[in-house]
Design a protein around this ligand. Structure first.
Ligand code: BMA
Length: 854
């Protein structure tokens, strides 16, 4: 075998999709691993898949990196080389099979792989999977596999030294910006919400595959057309025959709906040695469409392909396929250029968030954590998640869950916030990486678009790089940009995934603060936060699609307590500062808090009020964006989640606790909501609907109440809103409700009722910022009903208790609701679920409301 043929890029092969319903045999290589720091010859047990940081932690050779200022103490790891080894046994029978492959779904990053003394692979890209033919190097009995990981820091220092300047990778927390040389998750080098942990290791599954005759290297279920009557689908296979002569085989494809009869089609083919491209078209009659969350069921068909030789299925593959059309519509219009997703022919308002890797140690992500994440996404009424370009191309199970939950995925390629080299070696790596990942992901119904990078064009134009670099370097940045994002990547998308939208960067056109940024393409509106603009500025400063905007908060106290001790409970303490990576973060939180709240003295209260502020402010923006449809057709906030316990823009903290923002997103993203706002001295009420049916024959009941529950005034109106629109349904002068003095003492309860008088949704509106309200002192009464795994909390108060926050000291406990206003005289029941709740033991529940903080 020629050396250059020794390894192939693994196309779509993935352990999570492998079904053992063919004659191939898969042996997971997750046992018996040992690791060692190179040069020490001290071997210890290791976990695979994993990272060296996880293994060092398991052996107590690193302190908990999240705690205190320990981040500093673990940085030595990145400068060392690490070795992993294991042995495995191969039987005579396995050796007698036609072929054997050693498969790595991911190696992080500079890794030489040796098997029984043979150098099989020199890996240099974390985002790539490899399948290496190994039959000729395997032995009967014991086999020795040894992987040598070179430090990604030491490996790239020579490149840095010869480069002559530092790239503008400001999020990379080392002075020498090395991250851009390596195809490795950028966020692991640090970010403005990220701990620095530059990992090494076998980070995705490794296994052996024994087989005969052939493998299916790629199975693409290509949707050619879709109408209500028929879907035309092409089953496109790459079958790799290991035989040296032609052979006859039957390729069988079938599709079925859950519990339905499979429809099967067969084709007899002659397989030539090597790759055989086979196409088998099928038609699906009366296709049931995959619908996004909120619009219907995300129906999936099971598609299977099998290769049958002499009566035996020697290879098979399977995909769950959603039949749908998705188009990113960028068309000139009277305002500039549109930017929206059209799903099954219908314009869809995108509601969701930006996703960052859910852990700094990626292999610690379990199926359960992914499932919880998608439950959180779905429950918050989201329909789009952007996989942001500073992380990784996610695991297959992430996209499976997006398919199953009707969540569209906006997929960035992994480049963000800095320019990159584009020398031939680098381009070759990127080229392999995108071949692999496009082929791996293109079958997913959720995949809505590819995006070249995060904020690189914005950086080139507006982040001052012109003055930071010489004209020659700056021009080269542009040339390299074009090579990568206007050359290589779109060519690859066209080659492997034709028809899927590709945008070379996000934001697409301009930067916040520049007038043209609102009219064309998507926009990252950081005027709110970095620009200190008010949340209300989102009424007028609105892009066609808000793909980023955000605000920070501290995680709640039970999360802070996992990394800080009570003596660190000060905003600017050393430990808290180590968990606040945004240099302006604390000051900005305070600035905004002063505008709307009485800033509390106590740390715990500051944390709580900050959460409330975060949620309320962002909700204001979500509603402004929805109200301004169809001019604006998307609202994706920065950021959904955290990769470690930290102060950040997230709506869910590292331990899975929903911050106030996540509850507010859930409310603001509901299919039909009431949105009251102040406009030119009036209180106008809008209905925002993402429903596919018109909503008519409804009553909007509005009651002005004081904080003790007395009704002061009532108005009502017959209202309606057409499908998939927003509409103003009521308006009157603010003074008709309350004069300046009264506004401090009352709120408006708006209730939308159907024909039968049943409440569809409600909203509570205050006429002034919280700090200007004369909120009453009040006591919240609570009753608990505790069972195994769940606790019912019944709350009531005689006067208004604003921004109730119920806390339980169990990480990841789920609440049916939280961060809500308890109205005077109202009784509210919420349910908390957590495996730590035990019948007979009263959990330590605390309840806060805003009036208690001053
Ligand atoms: C956005 C992102 C990230 C960053 C965030 C907050 O623009 O793309 O790079 O973490 O801003 O600063």
């Amino acid at each position: 075998m020629k050396r250059k043929l020794l390894y192939t890029l693994m196309a779509c092969l993935s352990l999570w999709n492998v079904r053992a319903n063919d004659t191939s045999e898969i042996v997971l290589l997750n046992q018996g691993w040992m690791f060692s720091q190179s040069g020490t010859d001290k071997w210890m047990t290791a976990t695979v898949p994993g990272t060296v940081h996880q293994d060092l932690l398991a052996h107590q050779l690193l302190p908990n990196p999240f705690f205190g200022t320990n981040e500093q103490k673990i940085q030595w790891v990145e400068n060392e080389d690490w070795e992993y080894k294991t042995t495995f046994t191969v039987t005579e029978e396995q050796l007698s099979r036609g072929a054997a492959s050693l498969v790595f779904e991911g190696l992080d990053t500079y890794a030489n792989v040796y098997l029984n003394g043979a150098l099989l692979l020199k890996a240099d890209n974390m985002f790539l999977g490899y399948s290496i033919p190994v039959k000729e190097v395997l032995h009967k009995g014991e086999n020795r596999l040894h992987i040598f990981f070179r430090s990604p820091i030491k490996e790239t220092l020579p490149q840095w030294a010869s480069n002559g300047f530092d790239y503008p990778a400001d999020n990379d927390h080392l002075d020498k910006k090395l991250s851009i040389f390596t195809r490795k998750a950028p966020y692991s080098y640090g970010w403005d919400w990220g701990i620095r942990m530059v990992t090494s290791g076998i980070w995705r599954p490794a296994y052996l595959r024994f087989y005969d005759v052939a493998t299916i290297d790629d199975y693409h279920v290509k949707q050619l057309s879709l109408t209500d009557q028929r879907a035309e689908v092409s089953n496109e296979l790459e079958i790799n025959s290991i035989l040296s002569e032609q052979t006859e085989a039957e390729v069988v494809v079938s599709y079925s709906l859950k519990n339905g009869e499979p429809v099967t089609k067969k084709k007899t083919v002659t397989l030539n040695p090597g790759i055989n491209k086979i196409k088998i078209p099928v038609e699906v009659d009366k296709p049931v469409r995959w619908m996004p969350n909120g619009w219907g069921e995300p129906t999936l068909y099971d598609f299977t392909a099998q290769v049958v030789c002499q009566g035996k299925t020697i290879a098979s593959d399977h995909h769950r396929i959603g039949l749908r059309t998705i188009r990113l519509v960028n068309e000139k219009d009277e305002h500039g250029e549109s930017y929206f997703f059209e799903v099954n022919g219908i314009p869809m308002f995108a509601k969701g968030a930006n996703f960052i890797p859910n852990d700094i140690l990626l292999p610690t992500m379990t199926d359960e954590r992914y499932a919880t994440l998608f439950r959180d996404i779905k429950e918050a009424n989201m329909n789009v998640i952007r996989v942001w370009g500073g992380g990784t191309y996610e695991d297959n199970r992430f996209y499976d869950l997006a398919d199953e939950n009707g969540i569209l995925i906006w997929q960035d390629f992994m480049f963000g916030c800095t320019t990159y080299p584009a020398d031939p070696t680098f381009l070759k790596r990127v080229s392999d990486e995108v071949d692999y990942n496009i082929k791996r992901l293109r079958n997913h119904a959720c995949l809505a678009m590819w995006c070249g990078n995060n904020e690189i064009l914005e950086g080139l134009k507006y982040w001052g790089w012109q003055s930071r670099y010489t004209p020659e370097v700056y021009e080269e940045f542009y040339r390299n940009y074009d090579k990568l994002f206007r050359g290589l990547l779109p060519a690859k998308v066209k080659e492997w995934d034709e028809g899927r939208s590709y945008i070379h960067t996000s934001p697409y056109f301009s930067s916040w603060g520049r007038p043209d940024s609102w009219n064309i393409g998507d926009s990252h509106n950081w005027g709110i936060w970095y620009g200190k603009k008010t949340f209300e500025s989102s009424d007028t400063e609105i892009g066609r699609f808000q793909s980023e905007f955000g605000f920070e908060s501290f995680p709640e106290m039970k999360t802070i307590a996992t990394f800080a001790s009570p003596e660190d409970y000060e905003i600017e303490s050393e430990v808290m500062t180590a968990h606040q990576k945004s240099t302006q973060g604390n000051a900005l939180i305070r600035t905004y808090m002063e505008r709307d709240f009485i800033v509390p003295e106590k740390f715990e209260d500051f944390v709580y009020v900050g959460l409330v502020l975060h949620g309320q402010g962002m909700r204001y923006c979500f509603e402004a964006h929805r109200r301004n449809r169809p001019y604006c057709m998307g609202t994706l906030y920065w950021q959904l989640n955290d990769s470690w316990p930290v102060v950040s823009w997230s709506s869910i903290d590292y331990y899975g606790n929903w911050k106030a923002l996540h509850y507010q997103a859930k409310r603001a993203f509901a299919p039909l909501i009431i949105n009251p706002i102040h406009e030119n001295g009036n209180l106008n009420v809008y209905l925002l609907s993402d429903k596919l049916e018109d909503s008519s024959d409804m009553t909007l009941d509005m009651r002005l109440m004081d904080f003790k529950g007395k009704k002061l005034l009532q108005k009502s109106a017959k209202v309606a809103v057409a499908a998939n629109t927003s509409a103003k349904v009521f308006g009157c002068a603010l003074d008709e409700w309350a004069d300046e003095a009264q506004r401090k003492e009352c709120y408006l309860l708006l209730s939308l009722k159907d024909r039968q008088g049943k409440e569809i949704t409600r909203d509570i509106h205050y006429f002034l910022p919280t700090k200007d309200l004369n909120l009453p002192q009040t006591t919240v009464n609570s009753k608990l009903k505790v069972q195994d795994g769940r606790c019912e909390v019944t709350l009531s108060a005689s006067k208004l208790a604003k921004d109730i926050f119920v806390q339980i000291p169990y990480q990841g406990a789920r609440f049916t609701d939280n961060f809500f206003d308890l109205l005077p005289g109202e009784t509210r029941k919420i349910v908390i679920t957590s495996p730590e709740i035990k019948k007979g033991i009263t959990p330590e529940i605390t309840i806060k409301h805003i009036r208690e903080t001053y």
